[in-house]
Design a protein around this ligand. Structure first.
Ligand SMILES: CC(C)(COP(=O)(O)OP(=O)(O)OC[C@H]1O[C@@H](n2cnc3c(N)ncnc32)[C@H](O)[C@@H]1OP(=O)(O)O)[C@@H](O)C(=O)NCCC(=O)NCCS
Length: 402
């Protein structure tokens, strides 16, 4: 008989993230090959896991067409050399695609149907511009179900500024700059690199190279530089390229396991799933979505925000993260929040990003036995939020560090 099980994040890896577009390092690389590389890298690093025991492979992509089409979980599994007996599926919840891959596979493990699963996502925003192949139903606008601006994520970020005038452009700029500086410091300390799978890339002249680092970083960012940037989403607006996640190509993957598989294969999980939740909000201000999803996830876990020692929040836009911090009474520069920076600097390949947050939180947990619980959370297009709370297996019960 299948038994309920704990759900463990055993390990996660990702490709370096590239700038989307013709000048980006992955312009000549297929989207599916990015996630295939990530799967190969993760399975190599976890060689004790028999490939034929993987119960399912869930891969998310927002745009499920072309080199991101054809039931990515199945095709990527075959291309990565997993046995033909391993099934796979494709997942879609826009920016929370990979997060949904994890929660869906995690739930299947939790009820005892699966022992091991792979969960991740990919987005090649160069090959698949946001909303490029979508045909939104005219009723959305004709019946005023949502405002046309709700389909442009930058416009929804401007609306958060409108709604919360005390969350100023200056605060958002400072947050955007800090993200760049924190990512650079993390790179210099060698924190990010261990979880990256290098990817062979071909440039416009056909010369081969190797992608080993996130391409879009701007460590030289200053407040003065940010203050002068254009506001592409509204004339005289407040959201700029410096406070937005850039358009990005990249893939992520994680290995999840139940208690039985952890024991059977002697695995050393990096995190235990405590709870998860998704929530809907007004699409016009989609960036506040992780507030209610976090409240739901905390309630399910029987925790409060004060129990969370580390936050990995997806920086779709600076203002959107700041609105969550403000809601929970957390300072913009609280050291528990995105300690190694975030999506404003490394990029946000939509359906891949959820697992990047988890990879990063897992790396923190290993260094922070004083922290018991961590949160990964993100906003989602058309007005949603997603949150997953994790427990640190290295927690040693000591008092929280100040
Ligand atoms: C904001 C956005 C429109 C900018 O796109 P872009 O104009 O192609 O971005 P660029 O990288 O060329 O940056 C624009 C300018 O700002 C400058 N810039 C960007 N970041 C900077 C920084 N941190 N410091 C200084 N200058 C910066 C660039 O150098 C560039 O300057 P230039 O025009 O003189 O060349 C785009 O990144 C975007 O749409 N982001 C949001 C994506 C999204 O919606 N994701 C889903 C979230 S839910």
């Amino acid at each position: 008989m299948a038994e309920m099980s704990d759900v463990f994040f055993v390990d996660g890896m990702r490709t370096p993230f590239g700038r989307a577009g013709e000048k980006g390092m992955y312009w000549n690389t297929r989207a599916d090959d990015l996630v295939v590389k990530a799967i190969i890298g993760l399975m190599e690093r976890n060689g004790e896991v028999p490939k034929d025991r993987i119960d399912d492979v869930a891969i998310a992509a927002t745009s499920q067409t072309g080199d991101q089409g054809l039931t990515l979980g199945r095709t990527a599994a075959i291309l990565a050399g997993l046995p033909m007996t391993v099934p796979g599926l494709a997942v879609e919840r826009m920016c929370a695609g990979a997060m949904t891959s994890v929660t869906t596979m995690g739930a299947s493990i939790g009820v005892g149907m699966y022992d091991l699963a792979l969960a991740g996502g990919v987005e090649h925003m160069g090959h698949h511009p946001i909303g490029g192949n979508a045909d939104p139903n005219p009723r959305f606008v004709a019946e005023k179900l949502v405002d046309p601006g709700a389909l442009n994520m930058g416009v929804t970020a401007e609306r958060i500024h409108d709604r919360f005038p005390h969350l100023t452009k200056e605060r958002a700029d400072r947050f955007g700059m800090a993200s760049q500086h924190k990512v650079q410091a993390a790179y210099e300390a060698g924190k990010i690199q261990p979880d990256l799978v290098p990817v062979a890339v071909k440039d416009a002249e056909g010369a081969w190279g190797l992608a080993t680092e996130d391409e879009g970083r701007r460590p030289e960012t200053t407040l003065e530089g940010l203050a002068s940037l254009k506001t592409p989403f509204r004339p005289h607006g407040r959201v700029t390229a410096g406070t937005s996640s850039p358009l990005t190509d990249g893939a992520t993957i994680s290995l999840l396991a139940g208690s039985g598989a952890v024991k059977e294969f002697g695995l050393a999980p990096k995190m235990r799933m405590v709870s998860f939740a998704f929530a809907g909000v007004q699409p016009e201000i989609m960036g506040i979505g992780p507030i209610p999803s976090t409240e739901k996830a905390l309630k399910k876990a029987g925790l409060t925000i004060d129990d969370i020692g580390l936050f990995e929040l997806n920086e779709a836009f600076a203002i959107q993260v700041i609105s969550l911090l403000d809601h929970f009474g957390i300072a913009d520069d609280d050291p528990r929040v995105n300690p190694w920076g975030g999506a404003i600097a490394v990029g946000h390949p939509l359906a891949a990003s959820g697992v990047r947050l988890m990879i990063q939180l897992a790396a923190h947990f290993a260094e922070r036995p004083d922290v018991r619980y961590g949160l990964t959370a993100m906003c989602v297009g058309l007005g949603q939020g997603g949150s997953v709370i994790w427990e640190n297996p290295f927690f040693d019960g000591k008092k929280k560090r100040k």
